[in-house]
Design a protein around this ligand. Structure first.
Ligand code: 5RP
Length: 225
């Protein structure tokens, strides 16, 4: 049996095989992507050449330390693929992302990619999205108005994410409103409704974006959907 960290490590290493010489790719954020980056760093030392658009300062810093060549989203037309983690994945490969607070750039980079590959451990697979609170990135000066509107959309509780007893600030200078819906039965329409609320910058609902999900299991299996 593999523990959660070992499973993330194995999934990250497995996904590294999708990155080939000459590609320009997107690199996600989080503790599973951490292991992808470690493997890619080793391969760069062995001669792999590719460039990458990072989805967060965290990934930018780590990738730089590992010798991975970075570029910017504005400097590319299209990315061959992006590899990223997720907080929840349902059977239709709809996702909740943003547990690490990088959802805005993650969605922009994913949208610029021909293929989005998601790497998760089996605990992230769910029948219905919503147990994990949905991260919604909001403009700080208007978050209370967003909160009011979200509470009228079936959300049972919503709170500004905290770090060190202060509001967590995203890489783009916004707040994250973590929204508890319990069950999100219609993520497509919820995403549309949230985007109509002034002050909402982006939501953690990634509908119809994932092309492949690589799942690591505690018994050592890795499967792809
Ligand atoms: C960051 C994300 C991450 O991909 C998501 O939170 C999963 O992270 P981890 O692999 O650490 O569980 O969306 O904004």
């Amino acid at each position: 049996m593999f523990n959660a960290e070992d499973t993330k490590k194995r999934v990250g290493a497995y996904a590294a095989d999708f990155i080939e010489n000459g590609m320009t790719v997107g690199l996600g954020t989080g503790s599973t992507v951490y292991w992808l980056l470690q493997t890619l760093g080793e391969r760069v030392q062995q001669g792999l050449q590719f460039s990458a658009v990072p989805t967060s300062r965290q990934t930018q810093t780590l990738a730089t330390e590992l010798g991975i060549t970075l570029t910017e989203l504005n400097a590319v037309n299209e990315l061959v693929l992006t590899i990223d983690g997720a907080d929840e994945v349902d059977a239709r490969l709809q996702l909740i992302k943003g547990g690490g607070g990088a959802l805005l750039q993650e969605k922009m980079v994913a949208a610029a990619s021909k293929q989005l590959i998601i790497i998760v451990d089996e605990n992230k697979m769910v029948d219905t999205l919503g147990k994990f609170p949905l991260p919604v990135e909001v403009i700080p000066s208007g978050w209370k108005q967003v909160h009011r509107k979200v509470m009228g959309m079936g959300c049972t509780k919503a709170a500004i994410r905290q770090k060190n007893e202060q509001a967590f600030i995203t890489d783009n200078g916004h707040y994250i409103l973590d929204c508890y819906f319990e069950q999100i039965t219609d993520p497509v329409n919820l995403n549309i409704a949230l985007h109509l609320v002034p002050g909402v910058v982006e939501t953690g609902l990634f509908n119809g974006m994932a092309d492949m999900v690589i799942t690591g299991h505690s018994d050592g299996r890795i499967d792809t959907k």
